[in-house]
Design a protein around this ligand. Sequence first.
Ligand code: SF4
Length: 243
Amino acid sequence: MSLSPSLWTIPVSDSDAAAIVSRAQVLFERLRGIVSQHQNVRLASSMAAEDMVVIDAIARTGVPISVFTLDTLRLHSQSVALIDEVSRHYGLVIERVLPDAARVDDYVRHFGVNGFYESVEAKEACCHVRKVLPLARALEGASAWVTGQRRGQGVTRSALALREFDAPRGIDKFNPLHDWSEEDVWAYIHFRHVPFNPLYREGYASIGCDPCTRPVKAGENLRAGRWWWLQEDSKECGLHVQK
Ligand code: SF4
C-alpha cells in the first residue's frame, strides 16, 4: 500500500550498533534492578512499539516480569493478532485481561456503543470500564508494575520519571524507557528484529482502540491520533493518572 507522504512514518535512527547495545544494557540493568527489589512485577503492555522493546528485554534477560495486555474488545484486528504473534515469538504467556461483560453492557445501554465520541464524560466512562477496572484487576497482588511510557509521547508525559509511586495502589511503578526517544525505540526494534504492529506502517504513531485511533500527519504530536476530537490534556485513558 502506498502512503501519503504527509503521514507520520517510522523514524530512521542514525544510532550505530554500539549505541543501541549500550542503551539496551542500561534497560536490562533497570529491569534487573526492579526485580531485585520486588517479588511480583507485571508489565502492562498495550502491544505498542515501546512495549515490544520491553518484552524483548524481558525475554533476553529472563527477568521474572509477567506480561498482560488489556483487551478492550475494541482493538484493531492487527493488535489482537500481534498478541499471539509475540507470544509465539518469545514463547511467553501474555495474559489477556478482558472487561467485565455486564459493565460493558451497562455502558452501551447508557451511552451507546460508540458513545465516547459525544463527551469527555462518555469517553472516560468507556475507558473506565474497558481499561481502568481491568487494569486494577490485573494488578491485584502485584508489588510493582512496569510500563513502556516515554517522556516524548506528549504533554501529559513530559515529566515522567523512571520510578514513580502509584499512590492509589500503594505500589511502585517503573517506566524503564522514560528517557528513550522515538528513534531509540525504532532503532532497537530494527536492530533486534522485534515484531511490531503493522499499523505503524500506515501512519499510526500511537495505537489504542480502533474507533479512538487514527493515523497522524508528519510533525504532529505522536498521540494526536488518539481521541483526536479531544484537547491534548484530555488524552489519557485513566491508566496512568496519579492521585
Ligand atoms: S480508547 Fe475508546 S473504545 Fe477504548 S476504552 Fe477508551 S473510549 Fe473506549
